[in-house]
Design a binder for this molecule. Sequence first.
Ligand code: GRF
Length: 212
Amino acid sequence: MLKLAVLVSGGGTNLQALIDQIEQNKLTGVKIEVVISNKAGVQALTRAKQHGIPSEVILKKEYTETEEFGEALLKLLDRYQVDLIVLAGCLFIIPEQIIESYRNRIINIHPALIPAFCGDGYYGLKVHKAVLARGVKVTGATVHFVDEGTDTGPIILQKAVNVQPGDTPELLQQRVMEQAEWELLPMAVQLIADNRIMVEDNIVIIKDTIME
Ligand code: GRF
């Protein structure tokens, strides 16, 4: 059983996609042990509660140093004995000690086709605003491993989504979530649960068969 910690900051629609697929037995061999938010009162926490999933809130402002915040988050993660950390609409920077302790065991969903429209300042609606401002005709989503950089880790899965005439950032965000994010994130978790992912020279290799 692959045990997950899902890190959230807001709406939690990607968390909901994981919950739904697990409950419908479409995503198997996976259990969400804990949902961790850096903000109190967000809808993602309500979603966890509605599905009987333990949740924790860790407020960065309660720690003077990033180091202390990192240590507190590490203790929390270790307490739940998780195998994989999933960033699902998570808007806080993951401290170094977490990256080191969970090397290639942290994944993130980014609402664009990395290396386009990613990096510092590209998150949430800002991504889709930049996509529309540039006039690209195709965007999408990417699931990648998290390393010390911002959106720079090895890419696991990507899916393209067409930009449509008259799109607003909100309409485009919804389409990217519906057509790409909510599909790719559970798919990536299943590949990891089935031990079908290898990383060689920072390139992800997806094995055809389940590796014992
Ligand atoms: C979405 O745009 C997602 O791509 C990004 O954060 C936003 C909210 O995600 N990672 P969620 O609804 O909180 O899962």
